[in-house]
Design a protein. Sequence first.
Length: 120
Amino acid sequence: MMLRNVRLLVFGPLVVALSASGVLMAAPPTPASPQDEVKQVYVKKCAVCHGEDGAGKTAKGKKLKMKDIRSAEVQKLTPAQWADAVLKGSGEDMDGFEKELGVEMSRKLATYMRDLAAKK
């Protein structure tokens, strides 16, 4: 089938092609990359306190006197310590995510958080 005068309409991740004949064809949404999935979890679960950039400058982060996770002090933690904090929680104010997110996603989340320092 040959398409002429095709217009693409973008609705979020869904792309719809509208041909001159009025036929609609929908392309399947592009699956999120594993890194995008981890970022979405971070934004949903962590950013309320830590902020999207990890600085902890949110209202809740300031109230809890959150440390900037990109700081040299926090970056000195080992990967195992980062994972442990996400899995089991940290201090009185941070709950662990092992049961909710599972071990694998919690570890990926710890790596994502640690890597925020490189984006500073």
